[in-house]
Design a protein around this ligand. Structure first.
Ligand SMILES: [Cu+2]
Length: 161
């Protein structure tokens, strides 16, 4: 009955906003959960990717990401500065020992830079993540339509570095 209860919980969670499949990817002590990306419109050159990193072992760091969907990918963080949401690139994302890091809208995220085409809702995009200790893992990122959801991740169209 336990699995039924978990299934029910998953259903409730997906009803609360974003529909997730039970996507999990592992490499070494690292587990990647529920990767998703925000669907983009044709004029958009960049898009955000989100996921949860769980670490069963010693401290590690996410160093980089890459995908055939875009020319490059960067690791970004977002924060409020003078009442304006600002994004900046980070060199790495720390994954604490026996801890968890959430990449989510409004915070840390993966950024597809120079998209080769729009990210369309329903598509699945392969992304390769490289960890300092655990090494490389390829994950499948679901593209979802987030219209009506968070709007705080604006400004990507005029992304500057
Ligand atoms: Cu970004």
């Amino acid at each position: 009955m336990k699995s039924l209860r978990i299934a029910l919980l998953t259903t409730l969670l997906s009803l609360s906003g974003i529909a997730f499949a039970s996507d999990e990817f592992r490499v070494g002590d690292i587990k990647i959960e529920k990767p998703f990306a925000r669907a983009t419109v044709p004029a958009q050159k960049a898009g955000g990717g989100f996921l949860t990193i769980e670490n069963k072992g010693a401290a590690d760091r996410l160093l980089s990401a890459s995908s055939p969907a875009s020319k490059t990918m960067e690791l970004h963080t977002m924060s409020m500065e003078d009442n304006v949401m600002k994004m900046r690139e980070v060199k790495a994302i720390d994954v604490p020992a026996k801890g968890k890091v959430e990449l989510k809208p409004g915070g840390l995220h993966l950024m597809f830079i120079d998209l080769n085409g729009p990210l369309k809702a329903g598509e699945v995009v392969p992304v390769k993540l490289r960890f300092e200790k655990a090494g490389e893992v390829e994950i499948k990122v679901k593209v979802i339509d987030m219209k009506g959801g968070h709007s705080g991740h604006g400004g990507h169209g005029s992304h500057k570095h």
